[in-house]
Design a protein around this ligand. Structure first.
Ligand code: BG6
Length: 511
């Protein structure tokens, strides 16, 4: 997260993409590199080396990329710029498990360095299935490619899943650390790369009025919702093994929570910020088995009808999903944070597939005014209540404050109104968009603020592990328990109702 002049080009380097023939590379990574180039954020001395099992040479690879790039970049694609840069893309066929591929890669990289004037800085991006993370890191280490010397850096980017439980996450961290030092490892949680998640920090720590009331004295509870309208799609093999708890809660939602709940850092340095995030994650009350039963809810979608009238299948009827699948596609939970700031403030998290809309937001619900002198006026209206601050992550990124105002007229009536800030009204939308641009740029610059450290990964798994254990021991009996295109199982409403709360009704998504 560069604070300096954004027009500053990142240092020269070769970006080595493992999994170069895969979807992530063509849909996200290459377009992100193109966008960075078009904003002049890349050095003139930059190159990309793709490596994968498919047999082809650099010329054929460039051709493949060129065929589809325009559709993945969308508006803003500039053919002349693409043609001026495509010569910086190379390809080397290789087997990720074979030591010889790494010896060849080393020689290949020397040649690219000579051709492009890159100084031996390498960013290894593992766009591969997670089963390859350990072996690639190990083989890079054995080939001497992880070794930093004489000012040349070597960095490794990996994406979730970082293990599938606490034990495997620890084992993965241990394997990575055998070849790479922690400062060389950049673990992506793409939610941290989202502009609006980063804006939470700007909003909290860049405004004098926010922090003084950002605590248990003024805040009643917090809701974090990440709702998706899509179902499992074609990811059955991954999702059946993962489920919503591993896929979303163990990483994205806890990442968002840590940004909302962290203490103000003393500086903008990566480790200072990440230390604060760890502190707050560690302060979350661990679940015991009883609390898993009382404070978590799991769900799986049944068939349903979308807003446009289309009928959609139940999760168990999706391609390659078991007829009796126990995988959860929805999770809600209540977390309490043991700290002076948050004592007694519940944090409610929910995420699910096949919700009525794609909608992610954080709701900060403030306490009631201490003396309700307008009680009569308030009672006439059911839609009014305590102030709510809504931080919208997607879509329509922005911030709203809902409060009560007098309705004009002779009677003293009070009504709910909303003050709205929309990103689009103030900022140019054509700037960096997908999150990958920021993350790749930051990694090239050596800024790890938006990446997760090993300890963060492990703390999140420590928190989630008891839930995994109890859910595993007690398979769900009522799946499917919410219809597609609804807001999840009734138990999720009851979870809040018990505390006298309810989930905020997302405007336009009331089903
Ligand atoms: C991914 C999950 O990490 O995040 C997906 O694996 C999920 O299941 C996706 O759909 C959501 O990301 P976004 O940016 O679309 O909200």
């Amino acid at each position: 997260m560069q604070q300096t002049d954004p027009s500053l080009a990142a240092p020269p380097a070769v970006i080595v993409i493992f999994g170069a023939a895969g979807d992530l590379t063509k849909r996200k990574l290459i377009p992100a590199l193109f966008n960075l180039a078009s904003q002049q954020l890349l050095s003139e001395h930059i190159a990309m080396v793709g490596i994968d099992r498919v047999e082809m040479d650099s010329v054929a690879y460039r051709q493949t990329l060129s065929e589809e790039i325009a559709s993945f970049v969308g508006t803003g694609f500039d053919q002349a710029l693409w043609e001026a840069n495509i010569g910086k893309a190379y390809y080397m066929p290789g087997d990720f498990r074979d030591a010889q591929s790494y010896a060849r890669l080393k020689t290949f990289l020397d040649e690219v360095d000579r051709e492009q004037g890159t100084p031996g800085n390498y960013l290894f991006y593992l766009a591969t299935p997670p089963s390859f993370f350990g072996v690639i890191a190990t083989e890079l280490g054995k080939a001497g490619l992880a070794q930093e010397s004489e000012g040349r850096w070597r960095r490794l980017i990996i994406e979730k899943p970082f293990g599938r439980d606490l034990e495997s996450a620890r084992a993965l961290n241990t394997t990575l650390h055998e070849s790479f030092a922690e400062h060389q490892i950049y673990r992506i949680d793409h939610y941290l790369g989202k502009e609006t998640v980063q804006n939470i920090m700007a909003y909290r720590f860049g405004n004098g009025t926010v922090e003084p009331i950002w605590n248990h004295r003024y805040i009643d509870h917090v809701q974090i919702t990440v709702a998706e309208s899509l179902g499992v799609g074609d990811r059955a093999s991954y999702y059946e093994e993962a489920g919503a708890l591993r896929d979303m809660i163990a990483n994205h939602l806890l990442a968002v929570l840590s940004v909302v709940a962290m203490e103000p850092p003393n500086s903008f340095e990566a480790d200072v910020i990440r230390d604060e995030q760890i502190k707050v994650l560690k302060a979350i009350q661990p679940f015991d088995a009883e609390q898993v039963l009382s404070d978590t809810v799991r769900g799986q979608y049944g068939e349903g009808v979308l807003g446009n009238g289309d009928h959609v299948h139940a999760y168990r009827d999706e391609p390659d999903i078991a007829d009796d699948s126990a995988t959860e596609t929805y999770v809600a939970m209540k977390l309490m944070i043991d700290s002076w700031r948050w004592a007694g403030v519940p944090f409610y998290l929910r995420t699910g597939k096949r919700m009525p809309g794609r909608y992610s937001e954080i709701v900060i619900q403030y306490r009631h005014a201490p003396n309700m002198m307008f009680r009569g006026a308030l009672e006439r209206r059911r839609d009014i209540g305590p102030n709510q601050l809504i931080l919208r992550i997607q879509p329509n990124e922005g911030i709203s404050m809902e409060f009560n105002a007098k309705v004009p007229g002779t009677a003293f009536n009070v009504s709910r109104v909303c003050m709205d800030f929309d990103y689009d009204d103030y900022f140019d939308e054509s700037t960096i968009a997908s999150g990958y641009e920021t993350l790749i740029y930051d990694c090239l610059c050596g800024d790890a603020t938006l990446f997760k450290r090993a300890d963060n990964i492990e703390v999140c798994w420590e928190l989630v592990q008891p839930v995994l254990d109890v859910w595993h021991a007690l398979p769900p009996r009522s799946f499917p328990n919410y219809p597609a295109c609804s807001w999840g199982p009734e138990e999720a409403d009851e979870l809040l109702a018990r505390d006298g709360h309810h989930w905020r009704v997302v405007p336009g998504c009331s089903r």
